[in-house]
Design a protein around this ligand. Structure first.
Ligand SMILES: [Fe+2]
Ligand SMILES: [Fe+2]
Length: 200
């Protein structure tokens, strides 16, 4: 007989293959999913950001410092909390998917942020490419294909003002602990903008 209780006593679904699942199973899973989203996601995000520490990849600052400087520049310029979290996370996928890392951050942020901020994070790689792609055999003007999009200028501003200049060993670099409350606020119940997961 399938054990439907974990060691701690919490309920577990009974099915072993999904075509045999029942409403009773999902009545157990859905609350657990929302509990997870409200408690574990922020901590996992912070843990993943920490993996960027010490990873320079040849740059003058490590990837965590770059993210912290990007967030700091946005904060100093008066951007709101949601934007600052996007700035902080924009390169979180660098050590998982270096060649398409913007998609990692964009996917994490998508349920919690406005469409223009999601688009900004998702496309920052191509827009930022203007500053260096011609040095690595790529077309620096590839971003021109995006120029007619309604959120292009939003993304271009992010790169020009915050992402592009954030490689400075002498730049202001707050500790990650400074942004921890903001990350927990974003991914906790309600999110910064009162965002909720579907069906919640
Ligand atoms: Fe990036
Ligand atoms: Fe970046």
């Amino acid at each position: 007989m399938t054990d439907t209780r974990a060691a701690g006593g919490e309920a577990r679904a009974k099915f072993t293959r999904m075509d045999e699942c029942t409403q009773e199973d999902w009545n157990i899973i859905i609350p657990a999913l929302f509990e997870h989203s409200h408690t574990a996601v922020a901590e996992n995000v912070l843990q993943q950001l920490n993996t960027l520490e010490g990873d320079h990849g040849g740059f003058a600052v490590d990837r965590l410092s770059h993210c912290l400087q990007t967030a700091h520049l946005a904060e100093q310029d008066g951007k709101d909390e949601e934007y600052i979290v996007c700035a902080l996370l924009h390169d979180i996928g660098d050590v998982l998917a270096p060649l398409n890392h913007p998609e990692i951050a964009a996917a994490i942020l998508k349920p919690y942020v406005k469409p223009e901020n999601h688009w900004m994070v998702e496309h920052h790689g191509t827009v930022q490419g203007y500053y260096f792609w011609h040095f690595i055999g790529m077309d620096r003007n590839a971003r021109d294909q995006l120029k007619d999009h309604e959120y292009y200028s939003h993304c271009e501003e992010f790169c020009a003002k915050y992402d592009m200049p954030a490689f400075d060993p002498d730049g202001v670099t707050p500790p990650l602990s400074y942004y921890e409350p903001l990350v927990r606020k974003m991914f906790g119940p309600g999110g910064i903008n009162g965002a909720t997961l579907p069906a919640e």
